[in-house]
Design a binder for this molecule. Structure first.
Ligand SMILES: *[C@@H]1O[C@H](CO)[C@@H](O)[C@H](O)[C@H]1NC(C)=O
Ligand SMILES: *[C@@H]1O[C@H](CO)[C@@H](O)[C@H](O)[C@H]1NC(C)=O
Ligand SMILES: *[C@@H]1O[C@H](CO)[C@@H](O)[C@H](O)[C@H]1NC(C)=O
Length: 693
């Protein structure tokens, strides 16, 4: 009001006409800033928009499309302060397996306090980077944060929250915008926010899903953008924001899968947090929340606890959701079928349940696989092809062109309301350019495996040739070549795919998916030969932690022999009397990795071959003291050791090595000693004599 009065006086004063005109905008501006009224209005309007955007979620595969209330199903996630660790494209299931074990020293952080400065931290937290594997709930987390803000519950000191996903940003990646324009494009509600207001208000940017970014974030380009009205590429806007050149007081929260974290230099990040999914009690709470029926939820939980791999996978919320759907359907609608015990079982049933539901929805009738129409089958196989081709390229998002290349009809009829609605989610986006993806990477891997198996049974030699570079005759041939291929490629992105392929060779799963895989008759003898092959694979210089996947393949083939032998072995008194085979060592390594942190791993205590000792190196990660005698360390073995030294948390305090090729291995090891996570206190190197067998 004061400014109005002043202006009124000036206006009255006839002798200052020029002043009047020049002062008018200034006065208005002051008026605007002096009362926070304008900002409050904008903030309120934004809250309405954000509430609408975030209050409902389509969790995993959902048929209705309308979604569930986030508040109803949101179960707290386990988040901890992470460290700047070295990331690699290691298979994400493996990460969940190791993540599900908690260590005592971690203090969980609540989602609402993600920017809160802890007592022992000096500088304010401006940029937070939260990482976690696919489907672990990062998007739910930021939605929950935004929703609580929009509903006036939390973090009310922030006046504007700009929530953007990299999926959305991909759509404008070739455009030039100023930051202000960018905000206006995605949030028309904020149209009235001016450059001045933007620089003074408390602003939070949330950028969700860095791993899905098709922008090239280049922090080395020195183009400085410091003005919110300066036009620039999207990538430059983001890098300048993160570096604090642009809006230095704005808060920034980025989420990402671990593999993409390295795109942002650590110096730009004030806090790293890791989402670790559900703890055991959170899993239980989740099932209680989605099934109001107490008896059902406890039956599902008790079944899950009987299968270690299924229970571990439930640490990933999206996987909990898949499991819940399948088991609910089987326990409530079907006549007593045996409940799935392996991952392949679970995914086969999942596909089946989805398609059955779809048919029932359209025709009101139950169907069986025999009735699967040719059209359904064709669409599923095309999806499999898409899944497979993009898995090879490590691609998880698809655009219209990608679908068309696999012969998929993009019209709503075939993809959106066809049989695949529930496994293939159409991302809602602006600009009418839809982005597609499978609801979870593991679904992509499963469909890719189904497609590959189909190609094998139907003798599509060209596809097999392209992938495996070899002529395939028998099932044994096929699966052995797949394993070879798996070891040949550097990264672990085919890990689940390989497991699924083995699982699909079983009669039980072929019966379930019969119509899709084509006619196959694998005699029990053939299956036994495949199992024997798996047990006999030699793995001299292969990465020890990846050899564990062979053990998982056996589990998928329902061969529990190794698992049981190791259980017995662990219980036995005189361990060194039992000679362990290579595959038994992989099984043992897996179980040691899954158990509580070991005080000591001493290879002398295990009666095994050179190869067996090498395979046991995988377990080093989970012990405080490791004595590795008589091992030939290849480059891959050293990498596993260094990754154990640099892992977060790293338990290893003492390492004794005696190896014949010490010169080569020591160098790599020394390099990891200076890393921040490494807590090694004693390193003892003895040049040893290596006995091979
Ligand atoms: C352990 O030692 C006892 C007696 O020395 C023997 O009877 C038993 O067979 C041994 N067990 C194994 C697994 O070698
Ligand atoms: C290792 O196992 C084999 C076979 O069980 C046994 O003959 C041998 O004595 C064992 N070696 C040691 C050092 O215990
Ligand atoms: C497995 O080994 C690779 C290197 O060979 C490493 O990058 C990765 O982090 C390891 N994973 C685990 C779980 O130890």
């Amino acid at each position: 009001m004061y400014f109005f009065k002043l202006y009124f006086l000036l206006w009255k004063n006839e002798s200052f006409p020029q002043i009047k005109l020049s002062v008018l905008p200034l006065v208005l501006l002051f008026f605007f800033l002096s009362t926070d009224d304008g900002l409050q209005k904008v903030s309120d309007a934004l809250k309405v928009t954000l509430k609408r955007r975030c209050e409902r979620v389509t969790e995993g595969p959902d048929k209705t499309g309308s979604g569930t209330l986030l508040h109803r199903i949101y179960t707290d996630l386990y988040i901890i302060e992470g460290q700047n660790k070295e990331f690699c494209f290691q298979h994400e299931v493996r990460q969940v397996e190791s993540a599900c074990k908690k260590t005592l020293c971690e203090t969980p952080i609540s989602c609402q306090e993600i920017f809160k400065v802890l007592p022992d931290q000096q500088r304010p937290i401006r940029v937070v980077l939260t990482y976690g594997v696919a489907g672990i709930g990062k998007t739910f987390l930021v939605q929950k944060f935004a929703l609580d803000w929009a509903e006036g519950l939390e973090n009310q000191h922030i006046s504007v929250v700009v929530l953007l996903s990299f999926r959305e940003l991909n759509l404008v990646r070739d455009e030039q915008y100023s930051l202000l324009e960018l905000i206006h494009v995605f949030y028309p509600t904020l149209q009235s926010v001016t450059a001045e207001k933007l620089t003074v208000c408390n602003l939070l940017f949330i950028f969700d899903g860095l791993d899905e970014s098709r922008l090239l974030l280049n922090f080395n380009n020195r183009k400085l953008v410091s003005d919110v009205t300066q036009k620039s590429t999207i990538s430059e806007l983001l890098t300048n924001l993160m570096e604090g050149n642009l809006l230095p007081s704005a808060l920034i929260w980025i989420t990402s899968r671990p593999a993409a974290v390295s795109q942002i230099p650590p110096k730009c990040v004030d806090r790293m947090t890791e989402v670790r999914g559900f703890t055991d009690s959170q899993k239980q709470e989740y099932f209680r929340r989605i099934f109001r029926n107490k008896e059902l939820s406890s039956r599902i939980l008790s079944h899950l606890k009987t299968s270690r791999s299924l229970y571990i996978m439930c640490g990933i919320p999206v996987y909990c959701c898949i499991t819940a759907r399948v088991l609910e359907h089987m326990l409530t609608t079907e006549e007593r079928a045996e409940l799935p015990k392996t991952l392949t079982d679970m995914y086969s049933h999942f596909l089946l349940v989805q398609i059955k539901k779809k048919h029932k929805y359209h025709t009101g009738q139950e169907m069986s696989w025999q009735q699967l129409t040719n059209a359904d089958r064709e669409v599923l196989l095309k999806l499999g092809k898409l899944a497979f081709e993009h898995l090879q390229k490590k691609n998880i998002l698809f655009y219209r062109e990608d679908l068309e290349q696999c012969g998929l009809d993009v019209t709503e009829a075939s993809v959106y309301s066809g049989v695949c609605t529930e496994i293939f989610k159409r991302e809602s986006v602006i600009f009418q350019k839809p982005v597609y993806c499978f609801v979870h990477l593991s679904i992509q891997e499963f469909l890719a495996a189904v497609y590959m198996f189909h190609c094998y049974t139907n003798r599509k030699t060209e596809v097999l040739q392209n992938f495996l570079r070899e002529d395939i005759s028998s099932l044994e041939d096929f699966l052995i070549t797949v394993i070879d291929k798996f070891f040949l490629i550097e990264s672990g992105h085919l890990e689940l795919f390989v497991r699924f392929l083995h699982g699909l060779s079983l009669k039980s799963n072929q019966r379930l998916l019969g119509g899709l895989l084509g006619q196959t008759v694998n005699s029990p003898e053939t299956i036994q030969r495949v199992i024997n092959n798996l047990k006999e694979i030699t793995t001299y210089d292969k990465c020890p932690n990846r050899t564990i996947n062979i053990f998982h393949c056996l589990m998928e083939m329902n061969d529990l022999s190794v698992y049981e032998e190791i259980q017995d072995f662990l219980k036995s008194q005189n361990k060194s009397q039992k000679k362990l085979s290579g595959i038994q060592c992989s099984g043992l390594a897996y179980m040691l990795l899954m158990s509580d942190v070991l005080d000591e791993l001493d290879l002398v205590n295990y009666n095994t071959s050179q190869e067996g000792r090498q395979r046991l190196i995988a377990a080093v990660k989970n012990c405080r003291k490791a004595r590795l005698h008589d091992v030939w360390l290849s480059e891959n073995h050293c990498k596993t050791l260094t990754s154990a030294l640099m892992s977060n948390p790293s338990h290893l305090r003492e390492l004794h090595l005696s190896s014949i090729n010490l010169e080569d291995s020591a160098e790599t090891l020394f390099a990891s000693l200076g890393q921040p996570n490494c807590r090694l206190e004693t390193l003892r190197l003895v040049k040893g004599i290596c006995c091979y067998f």
